[in-house]
Ligand binder design. Structure first.
Ligand code: PLP
Length: 382
């Protein structure tokens, strides 16, 4: 039986399917079970920044798999220690403490717990259109996808992004943390204003709340700097990471300032910080630094912007490009165009009903981007 038949029989259907079976990848390309080649502007939802089947990551994984795969947090481990030091050295100054987990939602879930433990408060202030994950705590702080799951955590307030007055009124004595993305990913590739993030930092300091920045999607060179915070001169109390951290292996991380209080037994994870994922992360991060993928995201993003916005199809309302995080907002629903792109062998993502989101591997070449631009122009002009 084909993968499609097997999954249709057994998979709990929670994903809107696209109808193809992907069996192999290399850099920015994927192949289906019929041998068709695709340009991947989804990158496993922003996971494959270093490219699919990256040989450096593959070697690190194979080598580490023969040495040690699992090691609980009660013991020290060489790979884990090195990774923690690497993350702390790349993050904004002062974020020296690291907790390792296995996904984005675990990293935001951890951040919410730490904010509560540290402040003794329970309120969360987050942005409308923000996305922080699907486990119950993270979902409580997420604007969408929550309807079927009420009641969620009490005390979560949603404010419109980039409205400083509304943020000012929302942050109060009961606010444990303000949690924001620097660029909203799922919410439509919408960047926060620098003044807004600065105001969030100031309000948190004034009112004894923590500032959590969720860089699960924007981190690891995606937006043209190693972490997106750098572009805003922003130092959060907690930085949440996942997606591209380990070259495609499941991993999340939380980086904390010394203000953040934990304590023995406060949190934990069976798989968090396992040597296999840590080795993959070290390899992926070293690859990003060696090949300066931040600069590459910047250059290739600007290249895309020049090529695509030259002749903007009439049904495009707006193009938002931050490094290689690109949102093409349409005046109509995006799904038919995503399907048309798939027929042109370009894989892309939605971000809300009307936005086509492109998150290609940062190793995508200019000529591959030319192909993407041509496909977009053809599909959007009909
Ligand atoms: C994807 C994402 C998450 C959730 O990550 P998972 O690994 O799917 O749990 C959280 N925050 C942001 C900003 C994301 O883009």
């Amino acid at each position: 039986m084909t993968a499609r038949e097997l999954e249709e029989r057994h998979a709990l259907e929670v994903y809107p399917r696209r109808g193809i079976s992907i069996v192999r990848g290399e850099d920015a390309r994927l192949w289906d079970d019929q041998g068709n080649e695709y340009l991947d502007c989804a990158a496993g939802v922003g996971v494959a920044n270093v490219g699919h089947a990256n040989p450096v990551v593959a070697t690190a994984l194979a080598d580490q798999a023969r040495v040690l795969v699992t090691c609980p947090g009660i013991f020290y481990n060489d790979q884990r220690g090195q990774l923690m030091e690497k993350l702390a050295s790349l993050a904004p100054a002062g974020l020296e403490k690291v907790f390792l987990c296995n996904s984005g939602t675990e990293s935001t879930e951890t951040a919410i717990k730490l904010a509560r433990k540290t402040t003794g408060r329970s309120g969360m202030v987050t942005a409308m259109r923000g996305f922080h994950g699907r486990t119950l705590g993270s979902l409580s702080a997420t604007f969408k996808y929550r309807d079927a799951f009420e009641p969620l955590l009490p005390g979560c307030t949603f404010v419109p992004l980039n409205n400083i007055d509304k943020l000012d009124s929302a942050v109060g004595d009961d606010t444990a943390a303000v949690m924001l993305e620097t660029v909203q990913g799922e919410g439509g590739v919408r960047p926060a204003d620098p003044e807004y993030l600065a105001a969030a930092r100031r309000l948190c300091d004034e009112r004894g709340s923590l500032l959590i920045i969720d860089e699960v999607q924007t981190g690891f060179c995606r937006t043209g700097t190693f972490f997106s915070c750098e572009q805003f001169n922003l130092v959060p109390d907690i930085l949440c990471l996942a997606k591209s951290i380990a070259g495609g292996m499941p991993m999340g991380a939380v980086l904390c300032s010394e203000r953040v209080e934990a304590g023995i037994g406060v949190h934990g994870s069976t798989f968090g910080g396992n040597p296999l994922a840590c080795a993959a992360a070290l390899a992926a991060i070293n690859f990003m630094l060696e090949h300066d993928l931040a600069a590459r995201a910047n250059e290739r993003g600007a290249y895309f912007q020049r090529r695509f916005t030259g002749e903007l199809p009439a049904r495009v309302r707006d193009v938002r490009q931050i490094g290689l995080m690109i949102g093409i907002e349409l005046k109509e629903k995006a799904t038919p165009y995503l399907q048309a792109l798939l027929h042109r062998r370009v894989l892309a993502l939605p971000a809300g009903p009307t936005v086509i989101r492109l998150l290609p591997p940062l190793v995508i070449s200019e000529s591959q981007l030319d192909t993407v631009v041509t496909a977009l122009q053809d599909v959007l002009s009909v």
